[in-house]
Design a protein around this ligand. Structure first.
Ligand code: PLP
Length: 367
């Protein structure tokens, strides 16, 4: 089976881990040991901002950033439903009320006009998601946020290597949250990072990461144990250096697959431009005018041929039992349509040219 994603770990990562294991320290009680500090410095450079705060998951990154944005009990937060559930969890854990908002059918990301419609006096923040690794439309979202005094916490969990207006994804947000989970464009096994240009936000994030403490036994606010270990940071340093090569191979695979699949008029293919480059975390196609059953059948047939195609987010968050019960029914037509029509194909750096050709041809044959 050609898996949908596969971490690319080499001798360099293994050597980096062994070095930390032999010499220590393994972690730091206040969150920032030497490896974590070095990783944060490099990650901030990569993200094009002043600060990076490393934590132990992308979910922890999102939760910390939503809290640091000032979201409190009863505040409304605008976010997509077409995303991984962690985006919504972060809002709910902070005490906020998720206001699920519809997407642009072209990019699968939050549609700025829909955001505007959902702003109320209670709205505190917007959490847009760079779904599949394609940056949100940052400028109009920034305009809405500035007009209404809202914070933007961007879920960039899938966006390592993506750009918007020639800059790294997340730069236009107040904070951007990255996941380093094993499937992502770069990984530390589990891990996350929040990036921000604002000193005060970074300071709060560092407190939240480690029990609200700047000094031991003197908590300044409610905090958690969201610390990244030195071992994870050592892997992260190596992976970050390799990231451009990983993304280049993903892009090459995406281009090759697009050339083949362009022969079908049933598929809507993912696109990018000079100004808005994909991270190519997932190569996601839409089976136009299809029902969920038709889409699922194609995914099943691809699997039988050894191709690890996956339909992600088949149940958008607003339709999940917990969220429907807690926050009420809502209709999101574009979200629901996309959830029944899209699926993703493997293009990770381990996929060879011959495998890309095989995937493309197999899908064309099925169609
Ligand atoms: C869009 C999105 N948000 C949040 C997360 C949560 O990240 P993590 O799994 O590292 O907690 C992920 C990845 O799993 C994701 O894809």
């Amino acid at each position: 089976m050609i898996p949908i994603n596969l971490p690319k770990i080499g001798e360099e990562e293994i050597a980096a881990v062994v070095k930390v294991m032999r010499s220590g320290p393994l972690t730091n009680a206040l969150g920032a040991g030497p490896m974590v500090t070095a990783f944060e410095k490099k990650f901030a450079e990569f993200a094009g901002v002043k600060h990076a705060v490393a934590v132990n998951t992308g979910t922890a990154a999102l939760h910390s950033a939503v809290v640091a944005a000032g979201v409190k009990q009863g505040d409304e937060v605008i976010l997509p439903s077409f995303t991984f559930v962690a985006t919504a969890e972060a809002v709910v854990m902070a005490g906020g009320k998720p206001v699920f908002t519809d997407i642009d059918p072209e990019t699968y990301n939050l549609f700025p006009d829909e955001i505007e419609k959902n702003v109320t006096k209670k709205t505190k923040a917007i959490v847009p998601v760079d779904l599949y690794g394609f940056s949100v439309d940052s400028k109009p979202i920034r305009k809405i946020a500035s007009e209404h005094g809202l914070a933007i916490v961007e879920d960039a969990a899938q966006a390592h290597g993506a750009t918007y207006a020639g800059k790294p994804a997340g730069v236009f947000a107040d904070a951007a949250c990255w996941s380093l989970y094993a499937s992502k464009n770069m990984t530390t096994g589990e891990g996350g990072v929040v990036t921000t240009d604002t000193d005060e936000v970074a300071e709060t994030l560092r407190l939240i990461r480690t029990h609200g403490e700047k000094d031991k036994y003197a908590s300044l606010m409610l905090g958690y144990n969201y610390r990244m270990s030195e071992i994870q940071a050592a892997i992260g340093l190596v992976q970050l250096e390799k990231l451009p090569t990983f993304v280049a191979k993903r892009r090459e695979n995406a281009k090759r697959l697009t050339k083949i699949l362009a022969a079908s008029d049933r598929l809507k293919l993912p696109e990018e431009s000079e100004e808005r480059q994909h991270s190519w975390y997932l190569y996601t196609v839409r089976l136009q005018n299809a029902t969920g059953n038709e889409r699922n059948k194609i995914v099943e047939e691809l699997k039988k041929k050894g191709i690890g195609a996956v339909a992600y987010y088949i149940n958008p968050v607003h339709l999940m039992p917990y969220y429907r019960e807690a926050f009420g029914e809502r209709r999101l037509p574009e979200t629901e349509k996309a959830a029944s029509q899209v699926f993703s194909l493997p293009i990770h750096p381990g996929v060879t040219d011959a495998q890309v050709d095989y995937i493309g041809k197999a899908l064309l044959d099925l169609l």
